[in-house]
Each structure stands twice: as structure tokens, then as C-alpha cells.
Design a protein around this ligand. Structure first.
Ligand SMILES: Cc1ncc(COP(=O)(O)O)c(C=O)c1O
Length: 248
């Protein structure tokens, strides 16, 4: 499936917007916006075809299709060791929108949220959309460990949230269990929310072992909003329109 011969540039030049093939001149290779060039799995395409052939496109349940929520709860239990129940699942139309909604829900004007540096632009964008301040925590290159003392030193009376991006876009760092425990315990100690963006968590190479921060303890889980999506590992997700409209 991940064979370059499956990449159809003629289709991508017509459909891949958001600074990608449809937006750049023919002699430019876009190395931005992580929307895979590979086609999605045939099973996904077949399922969409089956759905379309039933020819009913009804209003959806406002809090998400029950069977989808059940399936996601099973995913979190089996793959991430988070004892999730379908009631805990809140489907939205992209990870980007999940980050935005979480910041809107938990941050008030004047609050502070700690974001990594470097990290995907979505974090600062969402924090600032809630009129809160993004406080940056430098992450060393590669897999080097975080400076725990410095992280705790950033917490003030205004801090409400730690935004975790694990694996970290753009450095690729996969946070180990000890680092996650430290972040989780800080959140419990200072009563902070952890926003854990795990959209890259299916793409992890050995010797790294992926751990979801919400799997570490009940106390940490109760303070964590875990966000994931299908746009990376399944090549199936849409969010770019949000930057044109919903995020204004
Ligand atoms: C770390 C991270 N979070 C969230 C997103 C947004 O994902 P989606 O397009 O599914 O909203 C991206 C997209 O590249 C990302 O790299």
C-alpha cells in the first residue's frame, strides 16, 4: 500500500489543498500539512461505497453515532489501555477541531496553557482562540529527556492546562512513561487539565513504546482529554476548512 507507485499526482493536484499539491506550482513538492499522499486502505473505500449505495444521508446523532462511539471505546481499551466507555467519546470532525474545542471548553480569558516548543501551530492557535496565553516549554531535539524542573517552574496561579503532543510533531519525540508520569502528577498536583493530542500514536517505531498518558492512573485520566483522529494513520480526515471558517 505504501508504495510510491500508488501515489496518483493527477488526482492529488486536483484535490489536495491546504498548501499541498493543488496549491503549488507543478515543479514544487509540498512538504507541509500532514495529509498522506498514499491512497487510503481499500477497506475504507469499500465501506464508504457500501454506505453511499444505501442512498440515505440522514442527520446524525448530535453526540455521534452510537456504533462509532462503541468502536472508539474498544479501540482505547485494546490499543491504549484506557478503560474508556462509549459515553466518554465525543466525536468531532477533526483532531484540529478537538484541540480547538478543548481549549474553548477549559480555558478562560487570561488563563495560561503550557504548549511545547516546537509544536504544530494548532496549539497556539487554539489557546489564543480562547483568549488565553500560550506559555512555551522548550523540548530538546530527538529523543532527549525533558527538563522537569523547568516545566514545573512555568506553572503559575494562572496555569490551567498542559498541552501534550505525543508523538511530538515536528521532532518525532515519543514521550516515555516516566516523562508522562511526571507531567500527569504535575497536573494532579496543580489541578490542571492535560490535553493529549495523540494523532500520530499509530506511527511509532521501535525501540519506542507508545504510552497514552490517560492509561497511567485514574487520577491522571480524570484530568485528561485525549484527542485522536484518522487523518494520519488512515489517510482519512478533513479539517482544513476550519481554518477558513470555523476558527475565525
Ligand atoms: C500534532 C497534530 N495534531 C493535530 C493535527 C490535525 O489533524 P487533523 O487534520 O486530523 O485535524 C495535525 C495535523 O498535521 C498534527 O500534526
Amino acid at each position: 500500500m505504501f508504495d510510491p507507485s500508488t501515489v496518483d499526482l493527477n488526482i492529488l493536484r486536483r484535490r489536495a489543498y491546504n498548501l499541498r499539491w493543488a496549491n503549488v506550482p507543478a515543479d514544487v513538492i509540498p512538504l507541509t500539512a500532514a495529509d498522506p499522499d498514499f491512497p487510503c486502505a481499500p477497506e475504507i473505500a469499500d465501506s464508504i461505497c457500501r454506505f453511499a449505495k444505501e442512498r440515505y444521508f440522514c442527520y446524525c446523532s448530535p453526540d455521534g453515532l452510537p456504533e462509532f462511539k462503541e468502536s472508539m471505546a474498544r479501540y482505547y481499551q485494546a490499543k491504549r489501555q484506557i478503560p474508556a466507555s462509549p459515553d466518554w467519546i465525543f466525536p468531532v470532525d477533526s483532531a484540529a477541531f478537538g484541540i480547538y474545542l478543548t481549549c474553548k471548553a477549559f480555558l478562560s480569558p487570561g488563563d495560561e496553557a503550557i504548549i511545547f516548543d516546537p509544536v504544530d501551530f494548532l496549539f497556539r492557535y487554539a489557546v489564543e482562540a480562547a483568549d488565553a496565553d500560550a506559555v512555551t516549554f522548550p523540548i530538546p531535539p530527538g529523543s532527549a529527556g525533558i527538563d522537569e524542573e523547568r516545566l514545573e517552574g512555568l506553572i503559575t496561579r494562572k496555569t490551567r492546562m498542559i498541552c501534550l503532543c505525543n508523538p511530538l510533531n515536528p521532532t518525532g519525540k515519543v514521550f516515555n512513561k516516566e516523562e508522562l508520569l511526571f507531567i500527569g502528577r504535575l497536573a494532579c498536583k496543580y489541578k490542571l487539565i492535560v490535553l493529549s493530542d495523540e494523532i500520530w500514536s499509530d506511527i511509532v517505531y521501535s525501540p519506542n513504546i507508545y504510552t497514552s498518558i490517560a492509561s497511567l492512573s485514574r487520577e491522571i485520566r480524570d484530568r485528561t482529554v485525549t484527542i485522536t483522529g484518522f487523518s494520519k494513520s488512515y489517510g482519512f480526515g478533513r479539517s482544513a476548512h476550519r481554518f477558513g471558517h470555523g476558527f475565525q
